[in-house]
Design a protein around this ligand. Structure first.
Ligand code: ZN
Length: 201
């Protein structure tokens, strides 16, 4: 087991990384089924330290907003099926991916309302700036009844999107050590919407 490649080596040894409920995009093609509309929240990504801070809102004493150096950018939370292992997961995407999914929903050939009846490929290209390209997979089909049941089970076990965002917020509030009101913080501005999605998953 080498220190430099601990993740790859552990995987090669056949062990699952992480808790398994969070969707991770890997370099190259990632096939995924979007299961719902996504919910936005604000986040500060520090490139230097490679860490994200959930934004509880300036009005609620977000320390990163107060510093005023790293802008708040929108992140979006939703449920997906990871086609790699067929499991339901919580996915957190930046605007770059969400915008392309929205574009598909507005395209005459790929149009959908709440969720699509097709899978998508998200191609991740790592580099100085990580970029993502989202494409529809033409083989259209609804998710199976088993998958529907799995989704319901997942929500019962791991919570609704709102509950998950509240949980993130609560954890951040404890870190910030401030008392705040009930308002969800970090509403994105137009400026933020040109976000480069440079956050590793
Ligand atoms: Zn903030």
């Amino acid at each position: 087991m080498s220190w430099k490649n601990i993740r790859e080596d552990t995987k090669k040894a056949g062990y699952e990384m992480g808790s398994g409920i969070f969707y991770k995009l890997e370099e190259g093609d990632n096939e995924v089924r979007i299961l719902c509309e996504f919910k936005p929240f604000g986040s500060h990504f520090n490139k230097a330290t490679n860490t994200s801070t959930f934004c509880v809102g300036k009005e609620n004493g977000c320390p990163v907003c107060k510093e005023g150096i790293i802008p708040v950018k929108p992140r979006f939370l939703g449920y997906v099926i990871d086609r790699k292992d067929g499991k339901i997961k919580l996915a957190e995407f930046g605007y770059q991916i969400i915008k392309q999914i929205s574009d598909l929903s507005n395209n005459i050939h790929w149009s959908f309302e709440e969720f699509p009846d097709y899978d998508m490929t998200i191609i991740k290209t790592e580099g100085a700036i990580t970029s993502y390209n989202v494409q529809g997979i033409p083989d259209k089909h609804d998710i199976t009844n088993t998958e529907k049941e799995e989704l319901e089970k997942f929500i019962t076990t791991h919570g609704t999107l709102e509950e998950n965002i509240s949980k993130k917020k609560q954890v951040q509030i404890e870190k910030n050590g401030t008392v705040i009101n009930e308002e969800l913080g970090g509403s994105p501005t137009d400026e933020d919407l040109e976000a480069t999605d440079n956050i590793p998953f």
